[in-house]
Ligand binder design. Structure first.
Ligand SMILES: [Zn+2]
Length: 162
């Protein structure tokens, strides 16, 4: 479901579908913090982002090989295959670049909000008791998408915005 909503947001940014994808991203953040803790969630997001970077590198290699192959004089079928490879590698590479940038920017944005405003402890947070993925999804009238978290060191609560 989350992947479906993200795909819809990719093809129609700024629409209502984008709102639902942001809601899904908020639910994913809350779920990740609850299951793994903030630091593990952050590590996993960075790994996911860099996995897309690896895909991008392979797409660049495939694109260069296909372009080199297309310049040699061969049969029309080979050149059509090379052209198809160029189109596929370009499309997949652009998709991977967009996902890489999106995942890293979102992770950095959230990590910048992970300092406790009261005691300045970094990343020592858990979901506040009032936040659950189900209740967060139902508060669609909230002006901003946010997840309420609580510091494990001092108990202070603050919102993290997506
Ligand atoms: Zn604190």
């Amino acid at each position: 479901m989350v992947r479906c909503l993200r795909f819809c947001a990719t093809i129609a940014p700024g629409s209502d579908v984008g709102f639902f994808a942001k809601d899904a991203a908020m639910m994913q953040l809350a779920d990740g913090i609850r299951r793994h803790g903030f630091k593990k969630w952050y590590e996993r997001e960075l790994l996911r982002g860099h996995a897309h970077l690896v895909v991008l590198i392979f797409c660049c290699l495939g694109l260069m090989m296909a372009l080199e192959g297309a310049t040699r004089f061969r049969s029309t079928a080979d050149q059509l295959f090379d052209l198809m490879a160029v189109v596929v590698c370009t499309g997949a590479g652009l998709w991977a670049l967009r996902r890489y940038m999106g995942l890293l920017l979102r992770a950095e944005s959230i990590a910048n909000q992970a300092d406790c405003p009261r005691c300045k402890a970094y990343g020592r947070l858990e979901l506040a008791a009032s936040t659950s993925p189900a209740s967060a999804a139902q508060t669609s009238e909230a002006p901003d998408q946010q997840v309420a978290v609580r510091c494990r060191a001092c108990g202070h609560e603050w919102p993290i915005y997506l």
